[in-house]
Design a binder for this molecule. Structure first.
Ligand code: KPL
Length: 316
């Protein structure tokens, strides 16, 4: 299968490496220094199942013109722009959206439709995952533990099912477990709840995910988790708090050595997924007349930290 990874950061590159290892033809679209390093030395994966992998590089979304499938692995804050570029550069293609956060599909569908795809909802498959990947340097990514993919159960889709089965098969070839669930929208919330607990606290304190398993940082994470559970409930998605805590612990443990994506973004002076995670959680609660004080304070603290760290002129 010819796979184009649009947005080859840590996760996109790691997936590209695993797919290439499984015999697929992989083209990464990403930063030029990353592609340069890969051209010279191959794509190096450190950590879990290390190795060096052959993948092609391409400068922009036009690579998707000849793709069988597209993994749109940019972060949520770059999604509208990347989906627009994909829509303008290539005809409709099965496209996977594995971002963190809430409201992701709506952003991609709107951008693809605006760019000219007639029925983007037939092509786009939302997925969630907990694969820990750390950016090390151009050409080098660390697989920091284990994770899994969750996709919607295709048998519960609309008659015009998007190509879920195709992605299930493709993603299984990476070696990561892939589950399909009938309650997919609830799973998206469950992952957002876990991200609401892990990402802001690791980013604010500059610690790996495993540091939240005990002590005061655990309490900080759980306070955010509780408010996220409340927001979900207001939206009609009932996640028992006990189950949310267990999921938080399971993922923090499985990715204990990883630096969360929000911490990595903050340290690199990039925008973060704060808005797609805590911002959405707060807005949705507020639309039901509910204030989330801990979430609100964490958003303010992270925005302040980002303003301190962001390269000048690039704050957004
Ligand atoms: O989703 C993640 C992220 O960092 O964004 C986890 C699963 C928490 C791994 O770090």
């Amino acid at each position: 299968v010819r796979v184009v990874v649009l947005g080859a950061g840590a996760v996109g590159s790691l997936l590209g490496a695993r797919l290439s290892g499984a015999g697929h033809h992989v083209v990464l679209v990403g930063r030029s220094d990353h592609l340069e390093a890969i051209r010279a030395h191959g794509l190096r994966i450190e950590g879990t199942d290390p190795g060096t992998f052959r993948v092609e590089g391409a400068p922009d979304a036009r690579a998707a013109q000849t793709a069988d499938v597209v993994l749109l692995t940019v972060k949520s804050f770059d999604l509208a722009e990347a989906a627009g570029a994909l829509g303008r550069a290539a005809p409709p293609r099965p496209t996977l959206l594995p971002q963190n956060g809430l409201g992701i599909e709506a952003i991609a569908l709107r951008a693809l439709a605006d760019a000219g795809w007639a029925h983007p909802e037939r092509e786009v498959v939302r997925a969630i995952h907990s694969i820990p990947a750390t950016w090390v340097a151009p050409g080098v990514v660390r697989a920091a533990g284990n994770g899994e993919f969750i996709l919607p159960d295709p048998s519960h889709g609309e008659p015009d099912v998007p190509p879920v089965g195709r992605f299930v098969e493709l993603l299984r070839s990476t070696g990561y477990p892939v589950r399909t669930v009938a309650t997919f929208p609830e799973q998206v919330w469950r992952k957002a709840i876990v991200n609401a607990a892990i990402n802001p606290v690791t980013a604010l304190h500059g610690v790996v995910n495993g540091a939240l398993l005990e002590g005061p940082l655990r309490l900080e994470a759980l306070a955010l988790l509780r408010e996220a559970v409340r927001s979900a409930a207001e939206e009609g998605v009932r996640v028992p708090e006990k189950e949310a805590v267990e999921e938080f612990e399971r993922i923090a443990r499985a990715t204990a050595g990883n630096r969360s994506s929000m911490l990595q973004d903050l340290e690199r002076g990039r925008p973060t997924e704060l808005d797609a995670i805590l911002g959405e959680i707060e807005r949705r609660a507020r639309s039901h007349g509910v204030d989330l004080p801990v979430t609100h304070a964490a958003i303010a603290a992270l925005e302040a930290r980002r303003a301190q760290l962001a390269p000048r002129g690039k704050a957004s």
